[in-house]
Design a protein around this ligand. Structure first.
Ligand code: FES
Length: 156
C-alpha cells in the first residue's frame, strides 16, 4: 500500500465522533465550490474534506457536507456528533448511518452521503479512492468559518 495514501491508524478514528481529513480531487474540474467542504489552497487549487467514521469496528469515509444543504459541513473541525452508529447534522438534525451514509431521519431522509473509498491494512486506514489524493489530517483551507453561512429556521 502506498504510504502517501495512509490516512491514520484505525484507533485514531473515533466511534463517538468523526476524523476530519483534507483530500484533493484528482479532477479539479469535478469540484463544486458550492459544497461546504471545498476550499482552496495557497495556489488556488481545490481541496475537499472527508470524514472518517468507525461503527462496529468498520471504517468508512464520506465527503463532509450534508445532503440537505450541501453548503453545510457535518464536521466543523471538532468532530461531528455521532451516537448509536449515526452521524448527526447539527443544522436541522438529520441522521446518517455511520457505515453506509444513508439518511435515516430528517429533511433529506433517504439520501446518501457521498462515499470516499478507504480500506484498512495492518490497522491503518488508507485512501483507496482514485478520485482523490490524501493531503493531511484536519480541515481544508477556506476563507469562511466553514459551518455553512445560511441561517436556518431556528435562527442558528
Ligand atoms: S443542513 Fe443538514 S439537515 Fe439541514
Amino acid at each position: 500500500m502506498d504510504a502517501d495514501r495512509r490516512i491514520a491508524g484505525v484507533d485514531e478514528v473515533p466511534e463517538d465522533g468523526t476524523l476530519l481529513v483534507t483530500i484533493r480531487p484528482t479532477d479539479p474540474d469535478g469540484v463544486d465550490d458550492a459544497d461546504g467542504d471545498v476550499g482552496r489552497d495557497a495556489d488556488g487549487d481545490p481541496e475537499a474534506e472527508a470524514i472518517l467514521t468507525r461503527a462496529a469496528g468498520e471504517v468508512a469515509a464520506f465527503r463532509n457536507y450534508c445532503q440537505h444543504w450541501r453548503d453545510t459541513r457535518l464536521d466543523t473541525d471538532d468532530g461531528a456528533f455521532v451516537r448509536n452508529g449515526e452521524v448527526f447534522c447539527q443544522k436541522h438534525g438529520a441522521t446518517f448511518e455511520a457505515d453506509s451514509g444513508y439518511c435515516t431521519f430528517g429533511p433529506c431522509e433517504g439520501a446518501v452521503l457521498e462515499s470516499v473509498g478507504v480500506g484498512v491494512v495492518d490497522d491503518a486506514v488508507y485512501l483507496e479512492d482514485d478520485d482523490y489524493e490524501f493531503v493531511r489530517l484536519g480541515p481544508a483551507e477556506r476563507d469562511d468559518d466553514g459551518g455553512g453561512s445560511r441561517i436556518d429556521f431556528t435562527g442558528s
